[in-house]
Design a protein around this ligand. Structure first.
Ligand SMILES: Nc1nc2c(c(=O)[nH]1)N[C@H]1C(S)=C(S)[C@@H](COP(=O)(O)OP(=O)(O)OC[C@H]3O[C@@H](n4cnc5c(=O)[nH]c(N)nc54)[C@H](O)[C@@H]3O)O[C@H]1N2
Ligand SMILES: Nc1nc2c(c(=O)[nH]1)N[C@H]1C(S)=C(S)[C@@H](COP(=O)(O)OP(=O)(O)OC[C@H]3O[C@@H](n4cnc5c(=O)[nH]c(N)nc54)[C@H](O)[C@@H]3O)O[C@H]1N2
Ligand code: SF4
Ligand SMILES: [Mo]
Length: 736
């Protein structure tokens, strides 16, 4: 029996697991009690790693579509097919004709994270899309504008916090997001045990709300009004105290002026929270010795996502809680963090709209365009039309609004490649599917989540099990696609290409030191993603700087610590972490102040009688874990939750089916009546709808569930970030 360690790849908590196996067979999965970061915590999904590894539906060989049918193919055949079909499109129509879509698991796969930029550069396309515009791009944009880097996202320092206000997040179920915090439940319990307070603002009395000291319903999509009311109260009642940040902010007066029209009394009806409650929450935030305001996906996936995300951190600044222990703080990751590179304290900041989407004119943000623009970019002819697509670990046919339109558009493509582990709702449209490897067959380091962790740490997982002969690692597949895109051919020497691209990077980043670094890296014997990790770690803020800092970090050091290396509690990082041109925290970026005009005209809007929101569930993860037996069993979870008063008003029966409509769009779902819903709000989880033809996820198809996103409107976006609106869409509901 062998025990191996693996960071769980399923959600952002990134728990350290202990995996027992024998002769290539998995025996047992449990939390690694010695893990320096997660200390043994795990959730039921971790155990499903075994089901995933063994799932017969999981693809192990490439598939090529011939006469409309997928046939298994060798890797050489798959590469040859791509070589035959992709370069001619690039040559004829240019890079923009080939779009890329990245899905959520990319963030959980070191090889995909580190090698996608290679492919993107080789394609030279502006048509880059990802799940970020269904998720966190508003937060990245507000943080980019305020702090100068898209991933400079301050996270609650929960272990030293006395007051935590959670808005639009349900970390008890999601296990935290844009905030890597394994065992949120345990940490929240500890916070309360030491006399602290947890407060939740959410249209549903969630699992997190149930465990909190207080919960307030909020009208979906109305967070910006609530937050303006909070900020107004802080100024109005003389509670705005910046403390140590005083000399590091710009725009305080402009912020005061911007929120002036929004006293709690003026926003209360619009957000559904009484003025007295808003004022009390502002006073509590200001009075707590150490407080954190944390907002997550509910505050992003709406028309005012960027404004809401901005106000959350502005309020953390106003209460003196940004960058102080027990407030919200900036992690200092061991590798890859933009806010640890370059000159500390100031930088170029971020800009958006360097180009715009061709059809709707949506601005580029962080190098991408809104995923809700993809269908129209495929459908609309003219120069720059998308003719081919490379989809990587994404299932937008289920995960993006109006997947039916996207599915039809995908069928119009001349060529599509999916890098995926299943033949599912999206990959069925591909001409070639390139399977990824099981998470137990590759090595891992959390490129992103170490930048969002509640405590600094570094952990590396080597492969648990050997890969079948000839099965490439995903970085190798990306590099081979890169070679094809660069015209080097399907049989190119990708190791030589890897060296060449790394040399290019090094000479840009390290100048004269580049040849020495390259020599050292070659000497390490490492390849691909691991070699980039070695470079990131050794040149990172804790690195050994290739020998110049004795005892500094390197991959060898991480390998020698299977349960990880603790790098300590978060430390204050202002001004060092800032990369704004002013070297200040920008409290009132012009783009955001201008956008407040939309808020002003919307202040009096009336609530529709019924709006829909989503819901995450512990035994599910977006669209792709419904095929794993250990998670799929038990009560059916894709139900429409409605408040008893709404059920009575609409004639809906618990357990019966109802039709939910948005104009001509409709789905039917089983009703679950529950007073955990706010009146006038129905909740249906996303990621379901596994009843489409041509997929190969047999267990998921047995209980397909309803696709929430069929009801949503792909034309609704936060104009600044391009993020889709997934919350608060008006619907009608009748018994089916
Ligand atoms: N209405 C509504 N819609 C939502 C949301 C919501 O809250 N409400 N949430 C949004 C959010 S936050 C997100 S992140 C998106 C997620 O949506 P997507 O980014 O589309 O991701 P998933 O649905 O998780 O699909 C992941 C795909 O990756 C494949 N996959 C899994 N592991 C691997 C691997 O190791 N390698 C490869 N190559 N492929 C792999 C799976 O088979 C699946 O096809 O959904 C969004 N959609
Ligand atoms: N078990 C499980 N864990 C997951 C995932 C999963 O699918 N399942 N997905 C992962 C991914 S990709 C992500 S991005 C994270 C997301 O992590 P979280 O943001 O914690 O995810 P949710 O549970 O969707 O929480 C969003 C909350 O916002 C509320 N909400 C909806 N609309 C509004 C609104 O307009 N205003 C406010 N204030 N609240 C609103 C919802 O009721 C819900 O409670 O979770 C990750 N973890
Ligand atoms: S909480 Fe997330 S990372 Fe931890 S075991 Fe569960 S799915 Fe894996
Ligand atoms: Mo997400």
């Amino acid at each position: 029996m062998t025990i191996s360690h693996r960071i769980c790849p399923f959600c952002e908590a990134a728990c350290g697991l202990e995996i027992q196996h024998e002769d290539g067979q998995l025996q047992h999965i449990r939390g690694d009690a010695a893990d320096v970061f997660s200390a043994g915590f795990l959730c039921p999904k971790a155990v499903a790693l075994k089901d995933l590894h063994e799932d017969r539906d999981r693809l192990r060989t490439p598939l090529i579509k011939r006469d409309g049918q997928f046939v298994p193919a060798s890797w050489d055949e798959a590469w040859a097919e791509i070589e035959r079909r992709l370069p001619p499109i690039l040559a004829r129509d240019g890079g923009d004709a080939v779009a890329t879509v990245l899905g959520n698991p990319v963030a959980h796969k070191m090889g995909l994270m580190l090698y996608f930029p290679r492919l993107a550069k080789a394609l030279g396309t502006r048509n880059m899309y990802s799940a970020s515009t269904l998720d966190q791009l508003p937060k990245m944009l507000s943080c980019g504008l305020m702090f100068g880097q898209f991933l400079s996202v301050p996270v609650p320092d929960i272990e030293r916090c006395d007051y935590l206000l959670v808005i639009g997040g349900n970390p008890m179920v999601s296990n935290g997001s844009m905030w890597t915090v394994p065992d949120f439940r345990g940490k929240a319990k500890a916070l309360r045990a030491r006399g602290g307070k947890l407060v939740v603002v959410d249209p549903r009395r969630t699992e997190t709300a149930t465990a909190a000291d207080a919960h307030h319903f909020i009208r979906p999509g109305a967070d910006v009004f609530f937050l303006l009311g909070l900020a107004h109260t802080l100024f109005d009642e003389g509670l705005a105290k910046l403390g140590a940040l005083e000399s590091h902010v710009a725009g305080l007066d402009a912020l005061r002026e911007a929120v002036a029209p929004y006293p709690a009394e003026a926003v209360a009806v619009r957000c559904g929270i009484e003025a007295a409650t808003i004022r009390t929450l502002a006073r509590e935030l200001a009075a707590a010795p150490r407080a954190a305001l944390y907002g997550r996906i509910g505050t992003c996936t709406q028309l005012y996502g960027t404004l809401s995300s901005w106000l959350i951190d502005a309020i953390n600044v106003l209460t003196g809680n940004l960058d102080r222990e027990g407030g919200v703080m900036f992690p200092k990751a061991a590798a890859f963090a933009g806010n640890t590179r370059g000159k500390p304290g100031a930088g170029r900041g971020v800009v958006t709209g360097r180009y715009r989407s061709r059809v709707s004119g949506a601005p580029e943000v962080s190098g991408e365009l809104p995923i809700t623009c993809l269908a129209e970019e495929i459908e609309t002819s003219g120069p720059g039309q998308v003719k081919a697509l490379i989809a990587i670990a994404g299932n937008p046919v289920l995960s993006a609004p109006n997947g039916a339109r996207l599915a039809a558009a995908l069928d119009q493509l001349e060529f599509m490649v999916s890098m995926d582990i299943y033949l599912n709702e999206t990959s069925r449209h591909a001409d070639v599917i390139l399977p990824g490897v099981s998470p137990l067959e590759d090595s891992h380091y959390d490129v992103s989540f170490t930048q969002l962790s509640h405590r600094n740490h570094a952990r590396y997982s080597p492969p648990v099990l050997a890969r079948a002969d000839g099965l490439p690692d995903e970085w190798e597949s990306l590099l081979r696609l890169t070679a094809i895109a660069k015209g080097l051919g399907a049989q190119a020497d990708i190791d030589a290409l890897d060296d060449e691209l790394l040399e290019e990077d090094l000479s840009k980043a390290a100048g004269e030191a580049a040849p020495l670094l390259m020599a050292a890296l070659k000497q390490s014997g490492l390849r691909g993603a691991e070699r980039l990790l070695e470079l990131g770690l050794r040149t990172g803020p804790y690195g050994d700087q290739f020998g110049r800092v004795p005892n500094g970090l390197s991959l060898a050091k991480l390998r020698a610590a299977p349960s990880g290396i603790d790098l300590g509690a978060l430390q204050p990082r202002i001004p060092e972490a800032l990369r704004t041109p002013s070297g200040k925290i920008e409290l009132a970026p012009a783009m955001l102040l201008e956008d407040l005009a939309r808020v002003a005209t919307d202040l009096q809007a009336e609530a529709p009688p019924l709006v829909i929101i989503g819901r995450r569930q512990l035994r599910s993860n977006n669209s792709w874990m419904h095929n794993l037996p250990v998670l799929a069993k038990g009560a059916f979870r894709c139900t429409a939750l409605v408040h008893p008063d709404d059920a009575a008003r609409l004639g809906l029966q618990d357990g019966a089916r109802a039709e939910i409509r948005n104009g001509t769009r409709r789905v039917t779902a089983q009703v679950e009546v529950s007073d955990e819903m706010m009146r006038g709000v129905v909740s249906l989880p996303h990621g379901w709808g596994h009843d489409l033809p041509g997929t190969q996820t047999s267990l998921a198809a047995e209980r397909p569930g309803a696709n929430l996103n069929l009801l949503l409107d792909e034309t609704l976006r936060d104009p600044l970030s391009g993020n889709a609106v997934l919350s608060g869409i008006a619907v009608e509901m009748t018994p089916a």
